[in-house]
Design a protein around this ligand. Sequence first.
Ligand SMILES: O=C(O)C(=O)C[C@]1(C(=O)O)C=C[C@@H](O)C=C1
Length: 271
Amino acid sequence: MTTVTLGPAGTYSHRAAQAVTDDEVSFAESVTAIVEAVAEGEADRGVVPVENSIEGSVTESLDAFAEYDVAVVKEIITPIRHALLAQGDSFGLVASHAQALAQCRGWLDEHYPGVDVEAVASTARGVERAREDPSVAAIGHPENATNGTELRVLAEDIQDQSSNATRFVVVAPASERAEAGGKTSFIVYPDVDYPGLLLEMLEPFADRDINLTRVESRPSGERLGDYVFHIDIAAGLYEERTQDALADIEGIAEGGWVRRLGSYDSETVIN
Ligand SMILES: O=C(O)C(=O)C[C@]1(C(=O)O)C=C[C@@H](O)C=C1
């Protein structure tokens, strides 16, 4: 099997992928490219971040799930502990993934007020920049400083909350969608707008005592104020109550669409 994740080597996505597979891991430049590679059969599995406890949604992942037909087959939750890495103390720019920069915003303001920041494609890309250029520091996993480079760990645990954690999912081809598992993800595009629509979409779950673990709206891209809803529930597709609730949702969204991403179990990994 081939697993693809956000590269280059050393990203948090890479670490999450290694925690759940012995497969050879290859790298892509964006989460959209990862989801696309799985949807088009170029990779068997993809590992992408979807949500962080400080900074919230990785919206690019949600939008890719709405665009490409894939299954979600596992959830991985992992603590994220950032380090500041550089060749020395005299740097004038901090390069990292936008999520990582945001997760350390308070710490940077306190310790390096006014320092320039640059968002790059991943934390490991920032590490590459810091390896090449002594005027650049990176935010990433501290182990990036141990791989035979000149980089030093200038500070550890610089995330603004010690509880910082990111939720990743493993995506697979749509044909591998499962009904078994403690959680289910699906996407609803109702393509209608009337007072009480959201309430109507939530009632089928409340009525059946199904806990919603997440509801997120994303712009459909069609017109302003038109949304796609990403919904996660703590129940499996194999359960009759889930099938019944989804049948109700399909009735509400009959002019639009409902995509089941599948059911899966969650694993917490520390690495
Ligand atoms: O840049 C990385 O190392 C990633 O794996 C991406 C990512 C993200 O998009 O949230 C993953 C975990 C951390 O929250 C920071 C960055």
